[in-house]
Design a protein around this ligand. Structure first.
Ligand SMILES: *Cc1c(COP(=O)(O)O)cnc(C)c1O
Length: 395
């Protein structure tokens, strides 16, 4: 049996061997022309992945939380009003960050497994003027997806800057930065972009960059200050050396490789592959007669599935049983229901075969844990979904 277990968690994900080989190559100087080319081309490719025509990309060493921190530090001045749509664990984190920089945060809290109703968002925006509207595209803790275009429309209508935490979505979920007029989108390397943890990435619209430039107070975070990083990004796109902090050189080599692989697949194909993987996994869950955390199918993300345990089954018994078959899945994360569900990530390099191996492992583990499932029921449901999709796409 292979010693390597397949990571089917919502980040970090399985990485392509080509990406890992790129990360493992001898470290170049950050001033080496080949590295400047890789960095510059990665910035350009980021636009193609975010589907942004005129955004300003940033690639900075750090985890996703650093991207969240950087956006808050640069766009929030003390006293600025922020409307936060709270869908769970990562929204709680973002609220904490926004407050740290003096943001006056109003939170609209969604019921667990749902999103905040658009009417409620519009009512709030009508009552008060907000500088920022902040929300998560995919709330990784519950597998809930927000309707980005509708929310951004509202932000536009009431002249708020839209900030989308796309850490568990960009590179997998349908996301069209320019067409949807998103102001700021952020992500991290280890999720759908398929690069080991350590890169924070974000894209800023010309409008949001203007707003940043009109700040009247200094940025209260030295490392994250866009005044420090912006010239470095611009120089690299112009293929010139420039330095603020040492780039995560090997990870940028990995990113350079991964973005090429992503664009080779093509974004539209990537969106539909993730939709298929999601439908197939969710069909298996339904066949096992298990509930999901998202309360309605339209609230459910395509990058992660959150499944309620049946009576008598818990993380301590199920997860190790799944791991015995070479598959790693996650437990719950939302603080209020942490012990009630498990999560499976299916993004990035995940193939239909990986998904079937995962379904087989979970199905078997459920049986071992005392929950009766009929053998192959999840696999058959997923297979049927694949065949339905194939039939649909050829007709
Ligand atoms: C993973 C994740 C984060 C945190 O990213 P780190 O890289 O762990 O700092 C924030 N928001 C969302 C939606 C995520 O999925």
């Amino acid at each position: 049996m292979k010693s390597h277990k397949i990571l089917m968690i919502p980040g970090p994900i399985e990485f392509d061997p080509e990406v890992l080989a790129a990360v493992g190559r001898p470290t170049t100087s950050h001033n080496d022309p080949s590295f400047i080319e890789a960095f510059g081309a990665s910035l350009e490719m980021m636009r193609d992945v975010f589907l942004s025509v005129d955004g300003q990309p940033f690639i900075v060493p750090g985890s996703g939380t650093l991207a969240m921190d950087a956006v808050a530090a640069n766009l929030v001045e003390p006293g600025d009003a922020v409307l936060m749509l709270n869908t769970g664990y990562f929204s709680d984190r973002y609220t904490e960050i926004l407050k740290r920089y003096g943001g006056q945060v109003t939170e609209l809290v969604a019921p667990i497994g749902a999103t905040v109703a658009l009417e409620d968002v519009e009512n709030a925006l009508r009552q008060k003027s907000y500088k920022l509207l902040v929300f998560t595209h995919v709330e990784t803790s519950t597998g809930v997806i927000n309707d980005v275009p509708s929310l951004v429309n509202l932000a536009q209508k009431y002249q708020a800057i839209s900030v989308v935490d796309g850490i568990c979505s960009i590179g997998a979920e349908e996301f069209r930065m320019s067409e949807w007029k998103v102001d700021v989108a952020l992500t991290a390397s280890q999720k759908a972009l398929g690069v080991p943890p350590g890169l924070a990435l974000w894209m800023v619209s010309p409008h949001a960059l203007e707003v940043f430039k009109r700040r009247s107070t200094p940025v209260m975070n030295y490392y994250c200050d866009w005044n420090k990083w912006l010239p470095v990004m611009q120089s690299h796109e112009a293929r010139k050396p420039d330095y603020f902090g040492t780039p995560a050189i090997n990870l940028v080599w990995g990113l350079y490789t991964s973005l090429q692989l992503i664009l080779k697949e093509e974004m539209e194909q990537r969106f539909s592959r993730h939709q298929l993987l999601s439908r197939a996994f969710k069909a298996a869950v339904t066949a096992w007669e298990l509930d999901q955390i998202p309360l309605k199918p339209e609230y459910a993300a395509h990058t992660v599935t959150a499944v309620r345990y049946p009576k008598g089954v818990e993380a301590a018994s199920l997860l190790p049983e799944v791991a015995k078959q070479g598959i790693i899945i996650s437990g719950g994360l939302h603080p209020k229901i942490k012990n009630e569900y498990f999560r499976v990530g299916h993004m990035g390099t995940t193939s239909f075969g990986d998904l079937m191996a995962t379904i087989s492992a979970v199905e078997n583990a459920l049986q071992v844990c005392g929950y009766a499932v009929s053998p192959g029921s999840g696999l058959a449901a997923a297979q049927a979904e694949l065949w339905r999709t194939k039939a649909g796409s050829t007709s």
